[in-house]
Design a protein around this ligand. Structure first.
Ligand code: CDT
Length: 310
């Protein structure tokens, strides 16, 4: 019998610097209600869903950026969202900036089951951008200033009748991230993103090429690991800075089966058959039969490319 999970990709449009978390959470609740009306069992929200994409703003004093971070989860602002999805009996995942009790900072996503319990946490591993103000760039991307690399690895959780994993934005460009979850049998990978429509170091690289690379990465990751991938944008123009939409649900064959059409708050829902992951996992991507780990050592022993000497 098919294991169908109706998954909602809940894209958020722009969140301005001046917007507060209560307003954003109300928008997320509207999307949850719409998703429920479309029969969703599980809803996926973007990376850093509660605020503007603040790593574009330079704070000389690093501590001044703490206003963008959550010190506990759920908290006063997000409790209504937890209550809402619990009342709808929907699981969810969303991203936020996490400040731990010890004062560490991570770009984090949580996985919440249908009872409203947090069952999984992921902290972004591949942090893009730079740590210092860079006058050469058309816009800043200071994730390396405000976050430390995630310390929880790429785990997979058995919940809601499936095997779930999370990654965040830039992680989607790294095949290692999918494969580590693929090796744990992952069936659904969720991913939130905030991707500027233009390359800050190559302004003639615009939305068309950026969206091509976005989809290329997601579709390859889904196909090569025979898993569903659900990628959800925060999109639109935040304080003059455009980010593309194109939230997508990708099936285990690598095909896009649902896609948003706007750069605003928008929800799409697709019935995802988790058993559709089996065919690829048992044939061309039956890792146990076909992988040759004796040839993969460099993947974990070397970080940067080192061409052979002449
Ligand atoms: N949020 C995030 O990870 N964005 C990156 C932009 C990279 S440009 C420095 C992305 O990979 O989409």
């Amino acid at each position: 019998m098919a294991r169908i999970l109706n998954i909602a990709a809940a894209q958020l449009g722009a969140i301005q610097k001046a917007d507060n978390r209560d307003t954003v959470v109300q928008r997320m609740i509207v999307l949850a209600d719409k998703a429920k009306a479309k029969g969703a069992d599980f809803i996926v929200y973007p990376e850093l869903a509660l605020t503007t994409f603040f790593p574009r703003w330079y704070h000389e004093n690093r501590a001044d950026a703490d206003v963008w971070f959550e010190h506990e989860m759920p908290n006063r602002a997000t409790s209504p969202l937890f209550d809402c999805v619990k009342a709808h009996s929907m699981g969810m995942t969303f991203g936020y900036a996490e400040r731990t009790l010890e004062g560490r900072h991570f770009n984090t996503s949580i996985l919440v089951d249908k009872s409203g319990k947090i069952v999984g946490k992921y902290r972004k591993v591949h942090l893009p951008g730079h740590a210092e103000f860079d006058p050469q760039r058309t816009h800043q991307h200071l994730e390396k200033r405000y976050f430390e690399p995630g310390d929880l690895g790429f785990q997979v959780w058995r919940t809601m009748g499936g095997l779930f994993g999370m990654m965040i934005c830039n992680d989607r460009r790294w095949p290692e991230a999918y494969r580590v979850m693929g090796l744990q049998g992952v069936e659904v990978i969720t991913l939130g993103f905030n991707t500027p429509s233009y390359n800050s170091q190559k302004p003639d690289e615009g939305p068309e090429q950026r969206i091509f690379h976005h989809k290329l990465s997601l579709q390859a990751g889904a196909y090569q690991n025979s898993t569903w991938v659900v990628a959800v944008a925060k999109a639109g123009v935040e304080d003059g800075n455009p980010m593309f939409g194109c939230s997508v649900i990708v099936d285990p064959d690598g095909e896009i089966v649902a896609e948003t059409r706007t750069e605003d708050d928008e929800v799409i829902v697709h019935p995802c058959d988790l058993d559709a992951t089996k065919f690829g996992k048992e044939t061309i991507f039956d890792f146990k039969r076909h992988r040759r780990i004796e040839h993969y050592g460099l993947i974990t022993s070397r970080i940067g490319a080192e061409p052979p000497t002449e």
